[in-house]
Design a protein around this ligand. Structure first.
Ligand code: FAD
Length: 404
């Protein structure tokens, strides 16, 4: 494979069908949540933090919700955490604190993943089933149907319904949490191994030893009236709390959860100092860095930009077409402001021999690919809080050392 025309605004679904057909199961569908810098800027401008603390966890009816819905844009670098942090300055103190706390959860997940990488595939501190028999959501429960339908239709879920699904999957039905994490990852527009794995590990108790129990109580509180519409309302399978069955501490826990032996690699300082300083010919962007504020894009405003659809990754992940269209929308939007060269193939082959500039990304895939490329200039990742080498055993332990 090789260079292909960049997607154009308004025809991204068609572009995905034409160029990425072999990676799509069934029809190509778009999410009602649009991709692209313009959409991200509009979503941020339309978000006001007032009322967030009281309404963040509301699920249904939809107009009761107070969550920002910014996660797909944050995930792909269209909105940096520092920018979103600043956006809510001056709002009601309680709401600002609650919202910024969630931004710090995102940062915590990124730090943990930057340090531990693929080791986050294992239950980090407590033994919880990771892989198991094929499993599907139970049918007929209005709460599960509501969440599952939204996931499939839009590629987005509230935090509350993510916890409902993950708890039902793992605690009630005993399915492997890694399988569930893969299902989420396939569909979520904000799907990241960093936050998705922390979310699953936390919900099933693999991080804290205390699984999150899901029952009718949360549905009545967060989605009042939904149970009246449920066929199973008179024989609700989750009328009671699930049995308390705390997982056992793992006999071997990765020592890096307590201390980082290589902070320079985690933070990106090592990658930045490895660039030769020669003149780059292009800026290489990835799914971590699709926004106009990407530091390498800003440092090199006149260079062409390149993005490679990573074929081995696409073959392995089998992402939903909504995710692919969302990414294509981001590229189409960017192509209106920058010269954009889009390729489909194996990144190290497609970019071989080109002196590149890029922004460091705190994910194992970036380390693997970039080490085989000719990166001559590396810009820093826009951390909200600089990584430290202390514990990431829990959000609270990490937070004690983190300075926002
Ligand atoms: C099982 C499970 C899986 C999850 N998978 C992902 C995922 O793949 N990608 C992802 O970005 N988030 C994930 N989360 C975290 C969280 O649910 C979403 O970030 C949040 O629901 C996104 O909606 P929002 O933008 O309206 O959030 P808001 O409540 O408006 O919060 C603002 C931002 O803070 C961050 N944030 C909020 N809550 C969390 C959290 N608990 N952990 C980490 N960051 C948070 C997000 O960047 C979010 O956009 C997961 C949570 C669980 C329980």
């Amino acid at each position: 494979m090789a260079e292909v025309p960049a997607p154009e605004r308004g025809s991204e679904a068609h572009w995905v069908r034409h160029h990425l057909d072999e990676f799509v199961r069934g029809e190509v569908e778009s999410s009602p949540i649009p991709g692209g810098q313009r959409a991200a800027d509009a979503a941020l401008a339309g978000f006001t933090v007032r009322g967030y603390a009281a309404r963040r966890n509301e699920v249904w009816p939809v107009d009761r919700r107070g969550a920002s819905g910014l996660s797909p844009y944050i995930r792909h670098g269209l909105l940096t955490l520092p920018r979103v942090w600043d956006h809510v300055a001056g709002g009601p103190a309680r709401d600002v604190t609650a919202f910024r706390d969630e931004l710090l959860w995102q940062e915590y997940a990124r730090h943990l993943y930057a340090r531990l990488g693929d080791a986050t595939q294992r239950s980090l501190r407590y033994s919880v089933e990771e892989r198991g028999e094929p499993y599907d959501w139970p049918e007929g429960m209005a709460c599960i149907d509501l969440a599952n339908d939204e996931l499939q239709r839009t590629g987005w879920l509230t935090n509350q319904t993510r916890m409902w699904l993950a708890s039902q999957w793992s605690m009630r039905d005993g399915a492997g949490w890694r399988d569930g994490e893969d299902v989420f990852f396939r569909h979520l527009l904000d799907g990241s191994r960093a936050a998705n794995r922390v979310g699953w590990q936390w919900t099933v108790g693999a991080l804290t030893g205390k699984p999150y129990g899901f029952s009718r109580w949360q549905v009545e509180k967060r989605a009042p009236g939904l149970c009246h519409e449920c066929d199973l309302r008179a024989r609700c399978p989750i009328a009671n709390w699930p049995p308390e069955d705390p997982p056992e501490a793992r006999s071997y826990a990765d020592p890096r959860v307590r201390r980082d032996p290589d902070l320079a690699t985690t933070s990106g300082a090592a990658a930045m100092s490895s660039g030769s300083g020669a003149a780059p010919e292009m800026v290489w962007i990835t799914a971590e860095s699709l926004g106009d504020d990407d530091p390498a894009l800003r440092s090199h405003p006149d260079l062409p930009v390149t993005f490679v659809w990573d074929v081995p990754l696409l073959q392995r992940l089998r992402l939903s077409s909504k995710r692919l269209v969302f990414l294509a929308q981001c590229l189409a939007d960017l192509a209106e402001r920058r010269e954009l060269i889009v390729r489909i193939g194996v990144p190290v082959d497609e970019l071989a021999g080109i002196p590149l500039a890029a922004t460091f990304a705190p994910v194992p895939g970036w380390h693997r690919i970039s080490s085989a490329l000719q990166l001559v200039r590396v810009d820093p990742w826009p951390w909200l809080v600089p990584p430290h080498d202390g514990p990431v055993t829990s959000f609270t332990a990490w937070r004690r050392r983190a300075r926002a």
